[in-house]
Design a protein around this ligand. Structure first.
Ligand SMILES: O=C(O)C(=O)C[C@H](O)[C@H](O)CO
Ligand SMILES: [Fe+2]
Length: 356
């Protein structure tokens, strides 16, 4: 496995690469461009600069999270063909600089959904939470509350300009049901996977977060059967998964350990987000510290499922709380993600030594 941490770039991330480099076990950063409109081609010079910064800091950048998918592709509008062509070119451009995996999601309208961006835990640390009552309000209010509580940082997939017209965007999806969204996902994959195979890049779809429909929108990456269907729909190793334990684990119906084991065995998990969550009631949850006792997931079993089935991909601790007074981009505290990294690295070492 290659341990990584997400980094939002010199303009968007106040955490210096040097601090990430100093986290024991981290070999690379997961990057992305945030100043290129969703759907546009990622320019070679910007990619070269971003990857170069990582290399100068002694870090790899072989995973991009995310090259987001334009809504017109998800909706299936005629304009999708141009956006897919742009996506193909972005894949080629990224491959030139050593990128091996591209994470993306196919959630309509919203990326991950949280209703509390600064949820206070008993120990005084701050985290993110999802409570169903928190989305029982207008779309505009939901968008406002997330953006107003992001501590002034851009949130991945929550582009203010795209969500400024959230009602109109929502209306564009009115005829997109589960079946249509799946058809549009396959239409997209059938056109980008051949380019991936040509240039040695793997796509890794991120599960829905939460992994069930919200606002009546369809979601097609929720559970084991969805992942199986996606893998079979375009049956290529380049058509893979970002298995996010926090997202999949947010539905207690999902057996996250069996899902990890199965799709690792099938060599379709190219990227793992390994975080813990605490289920409160009726699928409400908050994002907790990584160690098993703090949450609802058994992190030893998570890492065991990866290790014992031969996982060789990239991994990151996904989110981190704000501890020790840290502030910044919700979900991306440096200190707590660093603690998460060393915990996961420790579990992995124990599994390796147990094997011999
Ligand atoms: O924001 C995060 O940390 C996530 O794991 C969400 C993913 O980045 C996003 O949905 C993938 O495109
Ligand atoms: Fe994730």
């Amino acid at each position: 496995m290659q341990m990584t941490m997400r980094w939002f770039g010199p303009d968007e991330d106040k955490i210096p690469l040097e601090h990430i480099r100093q986290v024991p076990g981290v070999e690379g950063v997961v990057g992305a461009l945030y100043d290129v409109a969703v759907g546009d081609v990622w320019p070679v010079d910007k990619i070269k600069h971003m990857v170069g910064l990582a290399h100068q800091a002694g870090l790899k950048m072989e995973v991009i999270e995310s090259v987001n998918i334009h809504d017109d592709i998800k909706i299936g509008l005629p304009s999708r063909d141009q956006y897919i062509e742009n996506y193909q070119q972005t894949i080629r451009n990224l491959a030139r600089f050593g990128v091996k995996v591209i994470c993306y999601n196919f959630m309509p309208v919203f990326d991950w959904m949280k209703t509390e961006m600064n949820y206070v835990l008993p120990d005084g640390s701050l985290t993110m939470a999802f409570e169903k009552k928190g989305i029982d309000k207008s779309l505009e209010q939901v968008v406002r509350e997330v953006l107003d509580n992001s501590n002034g940082f851009a949130l991945p997939g929550w582009e203010p300009e795209r969500l400024a017209g959230v009602q109109e965007l929502f209306a564009k999806y009115k005829d997109v049901d589960d079946k249509t969204l799946r058809t549009n996902l396959v239409y997209f994959l059938e056109r980008v996977i051949p380019v991936c195979e040509e240039v040695g890049v793997k796509m890794a779809i991120h599960p829905d977060d939460p992994p069930y429909s919200i606002f009546g929108l369809p979601r097609v990456v929720k559970n084991r059967d969805d992942l199986d269907w996606i893998c079979n729909a375009v049956d290529s190793p380049a058509n893979g998964i970002t298995l996010c334990t926090g997202s999949i684990g947010e539905d207690p119906e999902n057996n996250v350990y069996d899902i990890l084991a199965e799709f690792t065995r099938r060599k379709r998990i190219h990227f793992a987000h390994v975080r813990n969550i605490k289920l409160i009631k009726d699928k409400d949850f908050y994002e907790c510290a990584h160690p098993s006792p703090y949450g609802s997931l058994d992190m030893y079993k998570v890492m065991q499922a990866l290790h014992d089935n031969g996982f060789e991909g990239y991994i990151r601790p996904d989110h981190g709380r704000f501890i020790w007074g840290e502030t910044g981009r919700p979900g991306y505290g440096l200190y707590d993600r660093a603690l998460g990294v060393t915990y996961l690295v420790g579990l992995w070492e124990a599994l390796q030594k147990k094997q011999h």
